[in-house]
Design a protein around this ligand. Sequence first.
Ligand SMILES: NC(=O)c1ccc[n+]([C@@H]2O[C@H](COP(=O)([O-])OP(=O)(O)OC[C@H]3O[C@@H](n4cnc5c(N)ncnc54)[C@H](OP(=O)(O)O)[C@@H]3O)[C@@H](O)[C@H]2O)c1
Length: 215
Amino acid sequence: MKIAVIGTGNVGKAIGGSLVRAGHQVTFAARDADKTKQVASEVGASAAVSAADAARDADVIILAVPYTAAEQVAAELDGQAAGKVVIDATNPIKADYSGLATESGGSGAERFAQLLGGALVAKAFNTLLAGLQADPTTHGTRLDVLYATDDPAARAAVIDLASSIGLRPVSVGPLAAARELEALAWLNIRLQMIAGGDWRSTFVLIGAPAGATAA
Ligand SMILES: NC(=O)c1ccc[n+]([C@@H]2O[C@H](COP(=O)([O-])OP(=O)(O)OC[C@H]3O[C@@H](n4cnc5c(N)ncnc54)[C@H](OP(=O)(O)O)[C@@H]3O)[C@@H](O)[C@H]2O)c1
């Protein structure tokens, strides 16, 4: 698949690198052009000059940017997300890491869906810390990608991409369930912060219903 990854930080590089190793064609975009070229070259991907440029020929767009940049990134995509699958891997965490910026209601994923009119949005990968996105086999067991979407094409894309890098896709329901996925990710992040963890903890749903893991 042709994938545009917006963001070249911990998450962008980790997911982008894993997808390249799985045989996908990845193009990065971020603000810093030199870093974008460097990260692309390190993982065997391409670098675009803008988010819109990366997204133009992509089948799937992955958002790996700070939630605070949502409006800016949506504007930078310049209509290129319409009709395309957009996977939102972000977590809407407040800048001071005191909680979720969405605590008054809604989810970051639903906000992106509003901002990116016509995009086929799925929430996925946000509950996996970057180290596990980079190396999904690190625990010696198949890890879960919990995902939420209303759209069949987005569902198919998440299943394809997650499976291709050795993860088990688990559907948790409609896009509105992104609220719980974002809360779950925050629970894990806060735990890591207060317990001084090694940033490798994650959730695996034991006994998941067959309907949630069906391809
Ligand atoms: N770190 C984790 O383990 C983890 C796990 C799951 C989800 N998340 C979530 O994933 C997102 C990214 O996390 P991260 O740790 O990868 O952050 P990060 O290392 O700070 O990287 C953020 C990336 O976003 C880019 N960016 C910022 N504003 C942009 C804009 N307006 N247009 C295009 N690109 C822009 C930055 O580009 P420049 O460098 O060019 O400025 C950078 O490449 C966050 O929402 C985070 O909550 C993080």
